[in-house]
Structure formats: C-alpha cells, structure tokens
Write a protein that binds this ligand. Structure first.
Ligand code: URA
Length: 248
C-alpha cells in the first residue's frame, strides 16, 4: 500500500470510507470489498487498503453511491446483561440491540463489562473515541460502586493513593463514601484510566468484591435522568466540554 499525500484529509482507505458512511463495521466493509461488491470509479476494487479521494473518486456498494457519513455521538444508558461488542458468537444481547433508530454504524467508546450498567458513548468519530479512551488524556470516569464488605477509611485511602494490580499500580483516584448499610459500602470512585475490569480489581485489592457497578459520568457528561436502556444524541456543547475539560 502506498502512503496517501501527507495531511490530505479527504484521502481515506476504501474500508474506512464505507464504515464511515455508516453502512457497517470495518469488518463488514472488508468482507464486502473482498466479495467484489464495491467499485471505485466503476472498477471493482478488492483491496480494503485502496486509497480513495473523497472529493474525486466515486465509490459504490452494490451499485449504490456511498456518501461520506456525518459524525454521530450517542450516549446510551447500558443495562447489565448486555455486552459491548458488535456481534457475539454466543448470541448474548449486545448494546447494538438497544440502538433502535440509529441509522449509522457507531463503535463503542471503550467498554463496560456485561455486569456493569451506566453511561456508554458510541460514535463513528475515531479521533473523539481515541481522545476519550486514551489514558494519556486523563478524562475522568465516575462509577457508583456497591461493595460486598464494609470498607474502612484506610481502604478508601488506599484506593485514593493507588493500589497495586497485576498490570501495575493504579493512578490516584477520587473516592467519596456515599453511605454504609449494615453489610455494604457504597462509594463514588473516579479514575482516569480504563484498564480491563479496573474498578472490580481495585476493590479486590482492598479485600472486597463489587456487587454493583454503575458508570455515572465521563468527565462532565452525566447519565442524568436518561432511562435505563435508552439513548440520546450528545449535544455539541457536551462534546466540546468533555474534550476541553481540565484534569482532575
Ligand atoms: N471497571 C470495571 O471493573 N468494569 C467496568 O465495566 C468498568 C470499569
């Protein structure tokens, strides 16, 4: 594959042009291209990495023009029981089953475990997704956590300072005790990383288990009064605020 002209934003790979148009995932785009269903300027192209100039080239899928997609940003209140992949070989429900009315393909911005509920962003804007998930940008993610045991002030202090996990120490976190019941502690935990099962592993590191985990916010964006299982479009101002937010 040759390199596209440097800095030319209208040049993209064929696979990206199709997925960005909201017609399907990148995997689907690759399979359509491989199957010979895609033409560029009338000629069948079966190389997903073929460079396309959106201003000049005419791309079709099954003879229908592929038009550049608009950027779409979705906020979903994910219920437990749903997984954050597009297709599940085991046939479990996925978050895509909840996106009725979303007519473009959007990818999940990071992941939530099957047993975690709460705020999940989905978008077709890869640069936005990268900004939100890259730990280098330190965008805070806030969780409401119910633990299986009562956590002491010392435990909370350890979580604040960072605990040792198998993949290294965690960064300092914000921890607020919400309340204790007879057997459980409820805390609000804000972290700036998004490692696999991080919150569950942090609580295990202080001797407890997570009984319930809900993501309530990403940066300044709150789940608010959105009903569980429903989605809404993110307002432009929310997106701008998220990207411009100072670090915790
Ligand atoms: N931390 C976890 O342990 N699970 C999630 O789903 C999100 C953060």
């Amino acid at each position: 594959m040759t390199k596209p002209p440097p800095g030319d934003r209208t040049v993209k790979t064929l696979e990206r042009v199709i997925s960005k148009a909201g017609l399907g995932s990148r995997t689907e785009a690759r399979s359509w291209i491989g199957a010979g269903r895609v033409r560029v300027n009338g000629k069948v192209i079966q190389t997903p990495d073929h460079w396309v100039d959106l201003e000049r080239d005419r791309v079709t899928l099954d003879g229908k023009p592929v038009k550049p997609g608009r950027m779409l940003y979705i906020l979903l209140y994910k219920p437990t029981g749903y997984i954050t992949t597009y297709r599940d070989p085991e046939g479990r429900p996925t978050v895509y089953d909840l996106l009725d009315g979303v007519d473009s393909f959007v990818g999940t911005v990071g992941r939530l475990d099957q047993d975690t509920s709460g705020l999940l962003l989905l978008t077709n804007d890869n640069a936005f997704a990268e900004r939100v998930t890259n730990p280098g940008h330190e965008i805070p993610k806030t969780y409401l956590v119910k633990t299986s045991t009562l956590l002491s002030e010392g435990d909370l202090e350890r979580l604040r300072n960072g605990v040792e996990l198998s993949d290294g120490p965690t960064r300092p976190a914000q921890v607020k005790r919400i309340r204790d019941s007879a057997k459980y502690t409820f805390i609000e935990l804000t972290i700036t990383e998004g490692r696999n099962r991080q919150v569950r592993r942090m609580i295990e590191a202080v001797g407890g288990k997570v009984l319930k985990l809900v993501r309530t916010a990403i940066g300044p964006i709150q789940i608010g009064s959105l009903e569980i299982g429903k989605w809404r479009v993110l307002a432009d101002a929310e997106r701008a605020e998220l990207l411009g937010r100072p670090r915790i």
